[in-house]
Ligand binder design. Structure first.
Ligand code: B4P
Length: 216
């Protein structure tokens, strides 16, 4: 479906049609889902995976699993996450490269919660380019701040997540505005940015995402 195949002429084609061979390349749909904490990245990722058969990489989920298993990375990450801060780029990039290597023969990947800084975005581009592919589109979920706070407080009642309390939510939003929001301009520069109105029902928002993906 989306793993479209195309053929690219090699240099031989310009010299002789007899020698002309074709390289086969695969189009991968690589989506970066982006937005403030609570904007619905995880929620919409689940629907995108079902619709397009993509692999899912959620840096938040990987970090929570590392924390649960009390690994070295998990112990370091815990200190940052509980204060609402970002885990340092080197740790995240290293972690992501390992996860990416485990996804072989994929139709594409949805990157959920990554990148969150410009160095992470540059590292992602480099990692994908090395694998012969790139980010196809960045979907920027836009949600009003009172709604973000409300969603995260609601989730906190059932999630047991140590970062879903008012004090940590405020610091996560502050970090988002200072360190993560500038990434929108980076992807505008790359010609990959699509703004998605993130208010409304989960289905309404997913409808807007499908419309955006049709144009990739
Ligand atoms: P994440 O796990 O990425 O979590 P998030 O941004 O809080 O949530 P998300 O946007 O996915 O919201 P969701 O769909 O669940 O990050 C957690 C922490 O890990 C970060 O603060 C950071 O410390 C660290 N971290 C992760 N990645 C990192 C990186 N790359 N670099 C450095 N540090 C990193 O939605 C929230 C709630 O809203 C849910 O309860 C959902 O049910 C509800 N909801 C969703 N859509 C709704 C809708 N349309 N209407 C009503 N409710 C809705």
């Amino acid at each position: 479906m989306l793993a479209l195949q195309w053929r690219e002429e090699t240099d031989d084609c310009r010299l002789s049609t007899v020698n002309c061979r074709f390289k086969t390349k695969f189009f991968m749909l690589n989506i970066v889902i982006f937005g403030a904490p609570g904007s619905g990245k995880g929620t919409q990722s689940e629907l995108i995976i079902k619709e397009y058969g993509l692999d899912h990489i959620s840096t938040g989920d990987v970090l929570r699993s590392e924390m649960k298993n009390e690994t070295e990375l998990g112990k370091v990450a815990k200190g940052y996450i509980e204060k609402g801060q970002l885990v340092p780029d080197e740790l995240i990039v290293d972690m992501l490269a390992k996860v990416l290597d485990s996804k072989k023969a994929s139709k594409g990947v949805i990157f959920d919660g990554f990148p969150r800084t410009i160095p992470q975005a540059k590292a992602l581009k480099e990692m994908l380019n090395k694998r012969g592919t790139d980010v196809s589109v960045m979907l920027n979920l836009q949600v009003d701040e009172p709604e973000l706070i409300n969603r995260l407080l609601e989730r906190g009642k059932v999630s047991g997540r140590s970062d879903d309390n008012l004090e940590t939510i405020k610091s996560r939003l502050d970090v988002y505005h200072k360190q993560t929001a500038p990434l929108a301009d980076y992807y505008i520069g790359e010609g990959k940015h699509v703004a998605i109105h993130g208010m409304g029902t989960i289905e309404e928002i997913f409808g807007r995402i499908k419309d955006a993906v049709k144009n990739v």
